[in-house]
Design a protein around this ligand. Structure first.
Ligand code: 6R9
Length: 658
């Protein structure tokens, strides 16, 4: 490094606050600080600003109805269609030639869909689905990787008023079956396979295996042919080839179905405290307006931008910020099929350069990987088109933040560190890029209109400088409405901790710990429930545990998250063998296999530690914190409350020796 560079590194390392550059502020969608006060004073009417981002078939009567809290309703009486908002209105406004989706396959092939093209194919596929019998309110499951047919299918469902339930393609057959069963879903859209690091992966086999586990009749399955001759597959009687169907309906037009604002737009399953994934229900009016508003205010997206969110559409981030938010604003959304280091470690930067990407949104785990690979990869490319950077999914450590700021943003792009969840539908805590000072590591203040607080166990606000629990004390349009067909669990999971039902006070509890500073900036510390966050993906420890205790030879298991340099957290398994079974490689392999089968590769254990006992409190609870500390190599705290303190040293010694 030159002296100049060393100085720069030192300066950056010491700097704790960063101002958005003037050039950014001048053009920002939101740059008036008064917006915070304006929202506070006009709450809930302030949310009309979000609803105004959309085109309504029927104007709404009320912004918020809270008669039956926490079952809040937004924009009641209003009617709209999400696909019409993402497509038709841009075409009608003469912007049909604008590129909607710029898709890049892993092997380098590209597909460009203008808004005209996208509308055409969405209508064709909607006609197909309708002809197969899909009706309003039928849940259609989409088990597809990052290919254009995924957003096309989502928008085709939205056009018909049929909620979609996207299952991440990396999830296992079991996970697919569980989700289809839970949603009583009778339709599936999937594909033959896709590419990962240049290899053709069989996907249809997994889909078929999943279908075999569905407990009701599945009427139709549509299969996209992604791999062509690369993978021979046969279709059974109720399975149809996507291209054949769409060709049959070439040029079809399908009127978008007007949906009530509160009608379900989609279901998204996510991990929670128990072993069973939760079906988070999002609605048409509130969700879409919130996704559009936050895309406008936080991501600063404008119609003539090229915007790239590198998440997978199988997660909420992809739903809100690859598909619905950006397309509602009429922008160009880049979609990349593959892995960031294929064929080389500069793939992301090559895509940014080639497409003149203006705004880039990714996860801290990706940034840590880029950092590890080295600054020479981004340096090979001209990244000067970038105007704004964002992160989501997990806390970002200040070092990674600064690396991103310097090596990707060239110290010219603000960074928005956005805290939110599947359940919140869109961003909740982050600086506004044209207004707020940025503090690396801290997400920032709650967005205008969002009443985020940090409280102690009794629900009282903590003094600044202290840690506590994050709560949201007022509803917002993008919030989940319930857990699918399980209102009780909805109340129990999110509204039981800090609410006071007797006085009709409802407080949303996201299950995150956080601290707050003098300026009201919130640093999110991580989950306080049994959810771990591996590379920004939410996994329930109970889900993984139940997969492991299903493995022959395992008597008991505890799963915890341990620190990991790139993934943030990694899965550590502590397992007790059944009598008559031997600890060792063979059983370890079967444990790993069991996890892969029931969840998928994202949950793959980093380490399996066999132990004769698990550390337990006197009341018999597994001391997870202790197991986490062992996995992370931390100092072990007081173990005197344990029933079996001696076991801790035994386990720790084993982890050290591995
Ligand atoms: C969008 C998404 C939600 C959980 C959430 C929290 C963690 C997300 C974060 C963050 C710190 C951020 N999380 N963004 N933690 N800083 N900027 O990731 O949804 O998959 O439901 O995960 O992720 O723990 O509770 P989801």
């Amino acid at each position: 490094m030159t002296d100049e560079n060393v100085d720069l590194e030192v300066r950056l390392e010491e700097q704790e606050a960063f101002e958005p550059p003037e050039s950014f502020v001048e053009q920002a969608n939101v740059s008036d600080e008064g917006i915070y006060e304006e929202f506070e004073e006009n709450w809930p009417e302030c949310w009309e600003r979000a609803a105004d981002m959309l085109e309504w078939d029927e104007e709404y009567d009320d912004v918020l109805v809270d008669d039956d809290a926490p079952f809040y309703e937004w924009f009641t009486g209003g009617q709209l269609n999400a696909s019409a908002n993402c497509l038709d209105r841009h075409v009608e406004a003469g912007r049909g030639d604008n590129v909607a989706i710029e898709w890049e396959g892993e092997l380098g092939e590209t597909r460009t869909y203008t808004y005209d093209d996208l509308l055409e194919e969405v209508e064709e596929f909607a006609a197909t689905l309708r002809d197969l019998g899909v009706e309003e309110d039928d849940v259609v499951t989409l088990y597809l990787p990052m290919i254009p047919e995924l957003p096309i299918a989502m928008l085709a469902c939205a056009r018909l008023g049929a909620p979609h339930s996207v299952v991440f393609a990396g999830f296992s057959a079991d996970a697919l079956a569980t989700r289809m069963n839970s949603a009583d879903s009778e339709y599936l859209v999937t594909c033959d396979g896709y590419y990962r690091r240049g290899d053709a992966l069989d996907h249809i086999e997994k889909a078929n295996e999943g279908l075999a586990g569905v407990d009701h009749e599945v009427s139709d399955v549509v299969v996209v042919d992604r791999l062509g001759d690369e993978l021979e597959h046969s279709l059974s009687d109720n399975q149809h080839d996507y291209d054949d169907l769409v060709a049959e309906y070439a040029g079809a037009s399908v009127e978008p179905v007007s949906r009530d604002a509160e009608d379900m737009l989609f279901l998204m399953y996510t991990s929670g405290t128990t072993g069973k994934p939760k079906g988070v229900k999002h609605t048409t009016g509130g969700y879409l307006s919130y996704a559009a508003w936050t895309s406008h205010a936080v991501l600063d997206i404008e119609a003539d931008d090229t915007y790239w969110c590198s998440a997978d559409i199988g997660w909420i981030t992809g739903h809100s910020y690859i598909v619905y938010g950006p397309l509602a604003l009429g922008t160009t959304s880049v979609m990349y099929e593959g892995t960031p280091d294929y064929p080389e470690k500069d793939r992301m930067w090559e895509i940014v350069e080639k497409n003149d990407v203006d705004i880039f949104y990714t996860a801290p785990t990706a940034i840590r990987a880029f950092m590890k690979w080295g600054a020479e990869y981004p340096q090979e490319h001209d990244l000067s088109s970038l105007r704004l950077l964002g992160t989501v999914g997990e806390p970002i450590n200040p070092r990674a933040w600064k690396w991103y700021y310097k090596h990707i943003g060239n110290e010219e792009c603000p960074i928005v560190d956005t805290w939110w969840q599947t359940e919140t539908g869109g961003m909740m805590i982050t600086t506004l890029p044209g207004i707020g000072t940025m503090k690396p590591g801290s997400a920032g203040p709650p967005l205008p209109g969002i009443d985020g607080r940090i409280v102690d166990v009794d629900g009282n606000r903590v003094e600044s400088g202290n840690a506590g629990y994050l709560t949201v004390d007022q509803p917002w349009p993008g919030m989940l409405r319930t857990l699918y067909q399980n209102d009780d669990r909805f109340i129990e999971e999110y509204w039981s901790e800090y609410s006071d039902p007797d006085s009709d006070e409802w407080v949303y509890f996201p299950e995150d710990g956080a601290k707050i500073d003098d300026d009201g900036y919130i640093t999110v510390l991580g989950r306080v429930d049994d959810v771990i966050n591996v590379s920004g993906h939410r996994l329930g420890t109970m889900e993984i545990e139940s997969a492991i205790v299903g493995v022959e030879g395992v008597a008991e298991a505890a799963v915890v998250g341990g620190d990991h340099e790139v993934k943030g957290e990694a899965v550590y398994v502590y397992a007790i063998t059944e009598d008559g079974y031997e600890e060792g490689d063979e059983l370890e392999e079967r444990v790993v296999e069991g996890v892969l089968e029931s969840i998928g590769p994202i949950a793959k254990p980093e380490e399996v530690i066999f132990t004769p006992e698990l550390p337990k409190t006197r009341s018999g609870k597994i001391m997870r914190r202790l197991l986490e500390d062992i996995a992370s190599g931390n100092e072990l705290g007081n173990t005197s409350t344990l029933r079996n303190p001696e076991i801790v040293d035994d386990i720790a010694a084993q982890v050290d020796s591995d």
